[in-house]
Every structure is written in structure tokens, then in C-alpha cells.
Ligand binder design. Structure first.
Ligand code: PDD
Length: 286
């Protein structure tokens, strides 16, 4: 079925959804994006994604294409026009169309705004039942990973390298041997004492919207949380590990570089966190 795509104010069939070859998103990866999950036709944590979009735009001195309320209306309209029950809404904003130049175009150049939907099973997934395997790769991305830019070539390379080793995803590791994050998700371990450990927020990782909700829920549930860098070596002997992202929610990791964690099956803390996260996000979906 052909989707309806949003391009700069118009809802058009996907075959007609086009942007200029001079768009700076295409030429310079000069753009930012968000991915918001849809369950039961409703958006999960839209406010969090809208706030991070504004932050990314500000960090790059880019013009915001529209306010949060208008953006929510476009998301809802698109979900409804596509009859999307479960999946995601992808949004991209670029600095717009201009002659190729390293200098930004004049202020007032209209940003490009594109949104499309993708149907996807998010609640019931085989990867959640069995847990995923990750392989470590050096983190060779730029230093401002807190800005959600469309420069996704290295994360793609990392994922391909992991798949070539028989793993499902990559865990990227910094120069000191600490895990930064997965190719498109935040990374966590659970110690033998049951404490959840994840890297603190700074420029080294994306400030995950799911991360923020999951850490808040963990604390509310009385689970211990430590925000500190952890070594790949510590992860390999952890009791449990998991990842979070908009579409993965909380997904167990059962193997790192061929080393099984615990009994090699999804851990109890991870399963509990997934349950409480899903319960809350469905209750609050808009
Ligand atoms: N990825 N870290 C990175 C590098 C990411 O690309 C993502 C999201 C996350 C998790 O953030 P959130 O919980 O806000 O989804 C962490 C999206 C889903 C993607 O690129 O498809």
C-alpha cells in the first residue's frame, strides 16, 4: 500500500514525495531527525521527542519549521491518513535548499520538513523473547552525539560489522574502553547486586527519550540506578544487559562479543523494566 508522506506542508502519495537535490540534508547531512513510536494509533512520548527536536535545532542554529502543537497535529494527521496502528513516525528537518557551500545559507532560508510513517511490530518481537547479541566496535562518530543529526553512516557501518560477526547490533566503545551506546539505542548493564548502570548524559551519547523514562521508572520502582561509564569488560561479566530506544522500548541483551550473560536468557530486571515502561507509555500515549 502506498503511504501518504508529509513534505513541506503537503500530504502526498509517497511516489510524489520529493525534495530538491540541492537540499542541505542531501548534500551536507545538514539535518536532524526524530523517531516517535505509535501503538494503537497513538504517539508514545511525543512531548519528549518534540523537546529534543527543539534542542537539536538550537544546537545547530537551525530554524524550527513549526511549533510543538502544530507538529503534533501533523503527526496525528499522518498517522490517521495512513491508518497506522503500530509502527513509527519518522521526522526530518534540514537547513533547506541552497547552492552547495560549506557556509550556511542566509537566515530566512526555509527549512525542509518531511515526515513519513513505517508500519512495524513493536510490542511483540522475537528479539525481546530471546534477547539480542551485540558485538563491540570502536566508536568513530563525531563528538556531538547528543545532537540527533542524520549523519548515520558510521552507525550503519557499525551495525554491518556486528552483523558480519553474527550479532544483531553493535555496542560502540570509546578510547578508554567504556561503552558509549548501541548503533541506534542506549546501552545498560545490571550488576550482580541488581543495580542498573548506564552512561551519564553529556556529548558522548544521545539523550534517549526512552532512557529518561526508563531511569525515572526504575528509581520509582525502587531499583538502584548508577549513571556512570562502564567498561566493555565489566559488561561481559554483568548479570544482565539491555538497550532502550523509541522502537525497541527495553530489549534484553544476552551476549556480548560471544560471551553469554548470566544463563544466556533475558534477565528479570530487564523484563520487569520493559513491562513497567510499556504500561506507562501506553497509558500516556497521545
Ligand atoms: N534511534 N542512541 C542513539 C545513537 C540513537 O540513534 C537512538 C535512537 C537512541 C535512543 O533514543 P530514543 O530513546 O529517544 O529513541 C540512543 C532511533 C530510534 C533511530 O535512529 O531509529
Amino acid at each position: 500500500m502506498s503511504r501518504i508522506v508529509y513534505v513541506n506542508g503537503d500530504f502526498v502519495p509517497e511516489a510524489d514525495a520529493k525534495v530538491s537535490v540541492f537540499d542541505r540534508g542531501f548534500l551536507m547531512a545538514d539535518g536532524v531527525y526524530e523517531v516517535t513510536t505509535v501503538v494503537g494509533g497513538r504517539l508514545i512520548d511525543f512531548a519528549g521527542h518534540a523537546a529534543r527536536l527543539e534542542r537539536s535545532l538550537r544546537a545547530l542554529d537551525m530554524t524550527s519549521p513549526m511549533g510543538t502543537e502544530a507538529l503534533l497535529a501533523v503527526h496525528r494527521d499522518l498517522v490517521s491518513r495512513n491508518g497506522l496502528e503500530e509502527g513509527l513516525v519518522y521526522l526530518q528537518v534540514t537547513r533547506g535548499v541552497a547552492d552547495r557551500d560549506f557556509a550556511y545559507p542566509a537566515k530566512g532560508t526555509a527549512p525542509t520538513l518531511v515526515l513519513f510513517t513505517q508500519s512495524l511490530a513493536v510490542l511483540e518481537r522475537e528479539s525481546v523473547k530471546r534477547g539480542i547479541k551485540v558485538a563491540s566496535v570502536p566508536d568513530l562518530r563525531w563528538a556531538r552525539r547528543d545532537i540527533k543529526t542524520v549523519q548515520l553512516l558510521y552507525p550503519s557501518m557499525a551495525k554491518m560489522a556486528a552483523k558480519a560477526q553474527g550479532a544483531d547490533d553493535a555496542w560502540m566503545v570509546d578510547e578508554d574502553g567504556h561503552v558509549t551506546e548501541g548503533s541506534s539505542n542506549n546501552a545498560y548493564i545490571v550488576t550482580s547486586a541488581g543495580t542498573i548502570v548506564t552512561r551519564p548524559l553529556n556529548h558522548a551519547i544521545l539523550h534517549g527519550i526512552t532512557r529518561s523514562a526508563v531511569l525515572r521508572l526504575a528509581a520509582e520502582t525502587g531499583l538502584g540506578v548508577e549513571e556512570r561509564p562502564f567498561l566493555l569488560a565489566e559488561a561481559k561479566v554483568a548479570a544482565e544487559a539491555f538497550i532502550t530506544s523509541a522502537s525497541a522500548f527495553v530489549t534484553p541483551v544476552v551476549e556480548i562479543d560471544g560471551t553469554a550473560l548470566g544463563d544466556g536468557r533475558p534477565g528479570a530486571v530487564t523484563r520487569r523494566l520493559r513491562e513497567i515502561y510499556i504500561e506507562e507509555c501506553l497509558a500516556k500515549a497521545v
